[in-house]
Design a protein around this ligand. Sequence first.
Ligand code: FAD
Ligand code: NAD
Length: 474
Amino acid sequence: MKSFDVVVIGGGPGGYVAAIRCAQLGLSTACVESWLNDDNQPVLGGTCLNVGCIPSKALLDSSHHFSFIKHEAKEHGINVAGVAMDVHRMIERKKSIVQTLTQGIAGLFRKNKIEWLKGHGRFISENQIEVRPVGEDGGDAFPVTAKHIIIATGSVPMTIPPAQVDDNLIVDSTGALAFTDVPRRLGVIGAGVIGLELGSVWNRLGAEVVVLEALDDFLAPVDRQLANEAEKLLRKQGLDIRLGAKVTGTGCNNREVTITYEQDEAKQQIVVDKLIVAVGRKPNTQGLGAREVGIELDQRGFIEVDGLCCTTLPNVYAIGDVVRGPMLAHKASEEGVAVAERIAGKPGHINYDAIPWVIYTWPEIAWVGKTEHELKAEGVDYRVGSFPIAASGRARAMGEVDGRIKMISDAHTDRILGVHILGPNASELISEAVVAVEFDGSSEDIARTIHAHPTLAEALHEAALAVDKRSIHF
Ligand code: FAD
Ligand code: NAD
């Protein structure tokens, strides 16, 4: 029987990163991964690389370019005639990016001498995993033993009874990344991260998009002021966002979907050509056999872990989407690194207070730390500095004037408690704020830091100055 220091179950951004770090630290490591791509070939990378972060950003970038050429190029003096979208080419480009990156992970596994066990893993005891091979090579199930096991089995889309995914007219995020043409009318259930990102993609390409959100608040986790501004901007772009909309049923003929929902106690109906269900994701422990060997799950099905990602079994850890906390690739990877280092006897660091969030709409929305709303609820005394993107010279030059940056710091110590950005390239700008939070920095630290001119980062500098009411350009 094959035996390893560490077996990682799942090869997404949590699992593959954990495996690489374990191998770097001299531990003999295997990774069990069951994902098969559209060509029935085993691949690494999990949700993130195959049907998540990377393919969605590929489509967001393609559709952003299309929208720019159609609506904004003229403003720059660029006249382009006959602009047309080749959806097939866009999807092929996305596939090739995914293929390059997933093959890159396989290369990293070879480089680090990690054994990739292409199959489904199931606990048969607290240090034995049965691997059931997948793919064309197949073969019989076989057991492997490990001193330590890391569960990184990720998450899968949630479903709702009134809108069952049929992978034809009603799809989840995976289906929405592979439409073969632009639907004329597109429905989206859920105005969360996926609903807004994928709704934006198809809206930019010409679909009439209606987004049905059960809650009355738009983007409830986001700073209220920024969420309100974002809502106005997205509506202006053409997203028809209907809040407080409770979907009660769907009916399909072979061409279209009729969606019935309730809003303000009135029954409503819309007809669309495609419907995306994006109502959240749930932990994936299917067929894992975790409970059977004594690993506890919480009420929502997440694997129960402490602050160090230890499960209820001493040699078993769990990381990423399958445990509590934000379902984000970088959170999964950082937990993977921290657990690998702990197994190797090192401290293993992760700061849950410094995890950035990004929503890749345009403008982008990004934040780290707490919102004003949360701080008020906690009774914290704070100060806010706010700077409009429109007052940034670089943003003006780019023709990107929407949004603002808000910095919140402790009223007594000036320690940064939260930074919230709605603006162009917010996904990149947030990193400076994350570093400041990680270093327990103050708004004064950012205020005294020289920022290159002209850059968007100057707007973050100005927001820091604004905390002390000494912003220069606003
Ligand atoms: P996963 O990536 O889900 O990987 C788990 C892996 O485990 C899978 O490959 C699965 O096949 C394998 N597996 C499961 N059970 C077994 C088993 N028993 N045996 C063998 N293998 C098994 N996050 C971001 O941070 N930024 C983004 O921009 C972003 N965009 C997203 C866009 C979309 C459309 C979606 C759906 C998600 C997005 N996410 C994004 C979320 C991100 O993809 C997840 O947070 C991340 O993939 C979680 O990593 P993970 O390793 O925990 O799990
Ligand atoms: P989400 O939690 O972001 O949003 C789901 C939305 O659906 C919520 O607003 C919720 O109120 C709404 N909803 C739930 N049930 C509903 C119903 N019956 N009818 C109408 N609305 C309903 O979840 P998601 O968009 O599916 O994304 C899942 C997770 O994937 C995210 O939480 C995030 O962690 C991750 N993700 C991250 C990124 C990123 O980092 N940019 C991108 C995509 C996904």
